[in-house]
Design a protein around this ligand. Structure first.
Ligand SMILES: Cc1cc2nc3c(=O)[nH]c(=O)nc-3n(C[C@H](O)[C@H](O)[C@H](O)COP(=O)(O)OP(=O)(O)OC[C@H]3O[C@@H](n4cnc5c(N)ncnc54)[C@H](O)[C@@H]3O)c2cc1C
Length: 161
């Protein structure tokens, strides 16, 4: 029997939710907040490697300018759990469509999660050019976005790769 909307049940030892969100960066947590407030049972599985992790501060986000990206996520996680959302540190390795509708996610540690719907918010991964030393300087003085970090290097000589 399928659970009612908003009802989290244990089905044969497997956690069942309305929505599984794969990836708990800004996008996934925003969705989790809205869905939790809409009284859906929500689980976010996040492997903890957001795209902007190398950056010490984020900019251009009104009311959060200069905040460390990790603080934004910490605040977001607290907001989501405050509305009953569940956040799991882990990696979704496999998603299988169930016969009765919905999906089963298999996590890296073998745990399984069942959900009616799945939202994939796994972000982007930057593929850096193979230039010696570039990776060490990434997000520091090798920058990809003038709107995010141009101010921090203003009036300095710049090279473009
Ligand atoms: C160096 C740098 C600096 C930046 N600075 C700024 C800035 O100053 N201002 C600004 O507005 N934007 C900035 N950005 C852009 C910003 O980082 C992205 O817009 C934002 O992170 C996108 O959020 P997201 O949730 O889509 O993805 P992400 O933040 O990348 O989050 C995706 C999450 O999904 C997880 N994940 C991936 N695969 C799986 C899986 N299979 N199972 C479970 N979890 C998984 C990852 O671990 C990660 O935590 C910057 C980007 C970079 C690279």
């Amino acid at each position: 029997m399928l659970p009612r909307l908003g009802e989290q049940i244990i089905l044969e030892g497997m956690n069942t939710y309305d929505v599984l969100i794969v990836g708990g960066g800004a996008a996934g947590l925003s969705a989790a907040l809205v869905l939790s407030r809409a009284r859906r049972t929500v689980v976010v599985v996040d492997s903890g490697a957001p795209r902007n992790a190398p950056a010490a501060h984020m900019h251009g986000y009104l009311s959060r300018d200069g905040m460390p990206p990790s603080d934004l996520l910490k605040t977001g996680r607290a907001e989501v759990t405050g509305y009953g959302g569940t956040i799991i540190a882990g990696r979704v390795d496999e998603l299988v469509r169930d016969d009765g509708g919905g999906f089963t996610a298999v996590l890296g540690d073998g745990d399984q999660i069942h959900a009616r719907r799945v939202l994939v918010t796994t972000g982007l991964r930057d593929e850096l050019p193979d230039v010696p030393g570039l990776r060490d300087r990434w997000a520091n003085d090798v920058l990809h976005c003038p709107y995010c970090h141009g101010w921090e290097v203003r009036d300095r000589a710049a090279g473009v790769i």
